[in-house]
Design a protein around this ligand. Sequence first.
Ligand code: PLP
Length: 438
Amino acid sequence: MPPAPLPLSGKSQRTTDSPITYFIQKAIETPGLISLAAGLVDEESLPTAEIGAAVSDLMADPATARAALQYGSTQGLSSLREKVLHHVCEADGVSPAEIGLSVGDVVLTTGSQQLLYLLGEALFDPGDIVISEAPSYFVYHSLLVSKGVRVLTVPMDDGGMDVDALEALLKRLTRSGEIARVKLIYTIDYYQNPTGLTLVEDRRPRLVELVRRFSTYQRILILEDAAYRELRYSGDDITSVKRFDERNEFVIYTSTFSKPCAPGLKTGYSLLPTELVGPILHLKGNHDFGSTNLTQHVVNRLMDTGAYHRHVTTLQDVYRAKRDRMLRALEEEFGDLPGAVWTVPAGGLYVWLTLPSHIDTGPGGRLVPAALESGVLYVPGEFGHVPDEAGRVPHNEARLSFGVASSDQLAEGIRRLRQACRGLERAGSRGGKVAVGV
Ligand SMILES: Cc1ncc(COP(=O)(O)O)c(C=O)c1O
């Protein structure tokens, strides 16, 4: 007799493996494959010497060594919290006090992903509503599904989230009474994962104005995921949405050292509305009572010595060249394909490619095997979408990352992708299915 089923919780049963696992596995298994899929960072430029020096400096002094090797606090190293607070506020041209922030509102987490998770635990019950850009970060969408949250989406254009469409949605939800279930609006407002798009300046105060206006039943929060803010290759830095939350009431700002320094540090930070700090820390206390103390000391040291800021400047040059190489290759290879368009990101790690509607980029479509055959991998765009009411998602988009592949591989990878598309143009694609564009 087979054993009785495991007594899994509802949440565990709603939680599935990430769709991207298959793609990561493929990349590992297939020699010579060029991966434009992985969200990994450039390997050559990882700050190995700087981190080596920071660790040996810390260990050379018995006092700092002991402090770094002891347990830390749940909220995180106070000197690093102080530094990230000033780092963000300086970028926004304000003092912390001007926008109601103090070091007590800063929490350090195991990557910004942990904050996304803890926030989900603190805020959501099954049936609650989160409004997200479409497309968006599919790992966050999985987390929301696992919490039983209903995800409603707002389209994006060249200026990021369409705030007029957001306002229309909030009005509709007010009329239907569902506004009482809306808890959060999620935006990746700098060089978004997966599209590379940025929320333009004039929409930022508008976002705060909207949540203020529609918070009639309960507060609607904004989660500003600024994971890529520092990876900026053209244009000026743009003021955060947080900057317009003048009494620190509505906006959770989160970012990370993973992208601009090293993912292996897995250190993230957040600026939270004060009332949210307690609930987040209680949950974090149960979870791990503090992220890895040693890495917090390492990051603190990198910021103290200026190594962190120098590294960000180096990275900007490295990725700018890689982005430009990918864009040039797209122009060369896809410039003559009617209906093919792609974003030109001012930062981040991703370009979003939209193909003619007859080319099905989805995991069940024909481009994935054709691309594998040609030796290149991309992320199907539909992973970033939440199905609409009719269960549809666009089938003709792809996320292309210029993070981990070398310049030569980027050019070759795009050439291979075009080759894979050519095969499909001749053969036609998935019969009869109508692709929905964004
Ligand atoms: C938009 C976005 N937010 C958050 C994260 C989480 O990163 P980490 O936990 O390494 O800080 C990622 C990672 O790729 C991301 O793309």
